[in-house]
Write a protein that binds this ligand. Structure first.
Ligand code: CA
Length: 755
């Protein structure tokens, strides 16, 4: 323990003016502070701490420390642990904290530049015998605190015990598998916990490409029929994109009130447990892909007075979703929806409301004794907002108002208009939100402040933007010659652009890419030509993303080995997602030996998106995009979205595209592909092309193949598995090409010819 430093005293008391009595008392206060510098000093201080004491953590970087904070305050007289100055005590390396006891308040911890080797970064229990009760964790920051292995699992925060509060925390940049914040209910002493989770800022969470990317989970299926009584209120969720469930409520009697979900890909899901209330929340998608709403499973759930705007998600991630259930369901499957209410919600420009969603042979029991009343649903573009997958006679509809273009929900002989009125809906707008006059209050009725990025989380830590941005940095000219790209790359920062002139660029060394970098040639005239000896030309490392524009890339100088690649991901797990863009390029002569790929990916790597436009690929012995390295069939895959526009593939030994997602897991959105206005000639015939296809889509969730010409090539191969995938083939002209193959007829096909 240490006496507080003079520097801090000087900061605390303004010495340039006469010292007032309150400043004197502040000074006395500071002189009596207990400041600890190490975990063992903290333990010692906690052992003698009395209710009402404050223990201060010294400023500085604490590396690889494992704090155990155990103490016993009293109601109204807590023991507080906090930094001398918020934002100046930083935990790095493998640091983590365990908190146990009663009436403790831990505040202002910052975790960054590291990860935890334990199950969680902040754990509200020290061990099985020492949970936290009546404790508060506030103003803590966990920022990009991830292990390098994508599928090593951890939580950022676990809450055990009862009557704990987590508030004003800022949690941003989780990338590996594992729930960001979990309320645990393993033991009796963790149930009926009445925890309060409020005013937190849940920032960007990257797409995981697997189950296990939830931002908040309360309970697990095993104890889901117990009450948790957790209240989640006044929180802000922004771009929490990990997986289908932003929130997975898996216990009874939880309350979600006045939270904002902003541009989140996913839904608030009542996955297990009953009697949960979801009201006065704001779910704002702004038309972003895969943004979802609120999903009901189980009994006695209430979804009322919510505001849903611009949500585009389909099926389980619709704006409002009522699921079908499994008769006599095992506890980990889908209990039927019974006695549940979805009323007085305001739904503006959302693409999908899904009733009896997930109906299939197993989920064969439709909702019963449910109500859908007084919702106001407006859409300026779309008429088919409702999708009805099974019998909706167990849902009573009353007093709902639809804008005139919206079609009623249809099911067999149901008098479809009953319970719905078509009306021109007039909105009043204030603070960017719409309100509507109606007989009963529709949309949020609370007078609470709507959570946003500035009134949640902490005030003293900068907001971090983890979206990948190209071309926002400096432009660096690179002259033709040997290894000039390799050399220039060393000096670059995130978002910088390499500007190439016409001429020849030979790389004798692989170019490592660990930032978002754009490499471009002149937009008119001859393209610069890049050749390379070592494979790959570009090695994507963790943090790397690549945008190639107006380049000619040739494999003519490549070493005579099999398995070369133009672009290759790390051979090891990449916890950062990447983006690849290739536009206006000519890629040729990748054929010095067999299995020369354009992009070569490894297991445990993930692309947020791959865009290929106006590009030709010619004389390639391997694959162009071969995204099939997750073969465990557990619902993991290698890329979220692929877009191919106006491209030519000629003399390609492997596939133009091979996407693979195996297994029956339903917790993700991808992979998705849009392939348009492109031509394939002699694609797929190399004897090493194991999937024997020019285009192979296995377990893909959304595919639109439009206006393609395919000549002298191997087949399109579709393997549809799970999740009602949307597969559309439109205007595909095949000549001397193998017949399309599919395990299922559940796709649409228009103007597809084969001569
Ligand atoms: Ca999940």
């Amino acid at each position: 323990m240490a006496v507080i430093s003079i520097a801090i005293l000087l900061t605390a008391c303004n010495t340039t003016k006469t010292t007032t009595s309150s400043e004197v008392s502040q000074l006395t206060d500071i002189l009596n502070r207990t400041v600890v510098n190490t975990p063992s000093e903290l333990s010692d201080a906690m052992q003698t701490a009395e209710p009402g004491d404050i223990i201060y953590l010294a400023s500085g970087t604490w590396t690889d420390v494992e704090l155990k904070i155990e103490g016993y305050g009293k109601e109204g007289d807590t023991i507080t642990v906090m930094p001398v100055e918020k934002g100046k005590t930083i935990f790095e390396g493998t640091s983590n904290v365990k908190i146990g006891g009663e009436y403790l308040h831990v505040s202002g911890l910052v975790f960054k530049n590291g990860y935890t080797e334990t199950s969680s970064v902040i754990n509200l229990q020290i061990d099985k015998d020492t949970p936290a009760n009546h404790c508060r964790v506030s103003e803590c920051v966990i920022d990009d605190y991830n292990p390098s292995e994508r599928f090593d699992t951890d939580y950022w925060i676990e809450i055990y015990g009862k009557y704990n509060r987590l508030d004003h925390c800022y949690l941003v940049g989780k990338r590996n598998r594992g729930v960001t914040l979990a309320v645990r209910m393993k033991d009796e002493r963790d149930r009926e916990n009445f925890h309060r989770i409020d005013h937190n800022y849940f920032g960007y969470r990257a797409i995981l490409g697997s189950n296990g990317g939830e931002t908040l989970r309360i309970g697990t299926s095993h104890y889901s029929l117990s009450n948790s009584n957790t209240t989640v209120e006044d929180n802000y969720f922004e771009m929490c994109n990990g997986e289908l469930e932003i929130v997975s409520s898996k216990s009874c009697q939880n309350t979600f009130i006045n939270n904002t979900f902003y541009e989140c890909q996913g839904t608030l899901t009542m996955r297990h447990g009953n009697e949960t209330i979801v009201e006065n929340n704001y779910l704002i998608g702004n038309g972003k892909p895969s943004t979802g709403g609120i999903r009901i499973i189980n009994e006695k759930q209430t979804v009322r007075n919510n505001y849903l705007q611009g949500l585009t998600g389909y099926r389980f991630k619709g704006a409002l979703v009522i699921m079908n259930g499994v008769p006599n369901s095992p506890i980990n499957r889908y209990f039927p929806v019974i006695d549940s209410d979805m009323s007085n919600n305001l739904v503006i420009d959302c693409d999908h409301i899904q009733l009896c969603a997930g109906a299939d042979e197993e989920r064969s029991e439709p909702p019963s004794n449910c109500t859908f009343n007084n919702n106001v649903i407006s859409n300026t573009k779309k008429s088919k907002v409702f999708t009805v997958y099974d019998d909706i006679s167990g849902i009573s509809f009353n007093g709902n108002i639809l804008s005139p273009n919206i079609a009623y929900p249809e099911y067999q002989n149901r008098p479809e208009e009953s319970g719905f009125t078509l009306e021109d809906i007039t909105f009043t707008e204030s603070n960017g939100l719409k309100t509507v006059q109606s007989n009963t209050p529709v949309g949020p009725i609370t007078d609470r402040i709507r959570p946003n990025h500035s009134n949640t989380g902490v005030r003293w830590y900068p907001r971090v933007d983890y979206s990948i941005k190209f071309a926002e940095g400096k432009r660096v000219k690179v002259a033709p010659g040997e290894n000039t790209i390799y050399d220039a790359m060393k000096e670059l920062n995130e978002g910088d652009v390499l500007v190439l002139q016409p001429g020849d660029y030979l790389q004798t060394k692989s170019v490592k890419v660990n930032k978002a970098i754009r490499i471009e040639g002149p937009s008119v005239g001859p393209k610069p030509t890049i050749t390379f000896q070592r494979s790959p030309l570009f090695a994507l490392e963790n943090g790397g993303s690549l945008d190639l524009d107006h380049l000619n890339i040739s494999g003519s100088e490549s070493d005579d080995y099999s398995g070369n690649a133009v672009i290759r991901t790390s051979r090891y797990s990449m916890v950062d997602n990447y983006i690849l863009k290739v536009r206006n390029c000519d890629i040729e002569d990748l054929d010095v030996n067999h299995s020369f790929n354009f992009l070569k990916v490894y297991k445990n790597t993930f692309a947020d998106s791959i865009l290929i436009q106006n590009t030709t690929f010619k004389d390639v012995s391997g694959h162009i995009l071969n995204m099939n390295k997750e073969i465990d069939d557990t619902g993991i895959y290698n890329v979220e979205t692929v877009e191919i526009d106006n491209c030519q593939f000629e003399n390609i030994g492997g596939s133009a595209v091979n996407l693979y997602r195996g297994g029956r897991d339903e917790s993700t959105f991808g992979p998705m592909i849009w392939m348009r206005d492109s031509k394939l000639v002699n694609v797929g015939y190399d004897k090493r092309n194991a999937n024997e296809s020019a285009i192979a889509l296995h377990g893909v969730q959304h595919a639109e193949l439009t206006n393609l010409t395919i000549e002298d090539s191997r087949r399109i191969n579709l393997h549809l598995i799970v999740g009602d995938p949307v597969i559309k083939l439109n205007t595909i002209e095949m000549k001397n090409t193998e017949k399309l193959q599919s395990n299922s007829k559940a796709f649409s096909s228009e103007n597809v010819t084969n001569k």
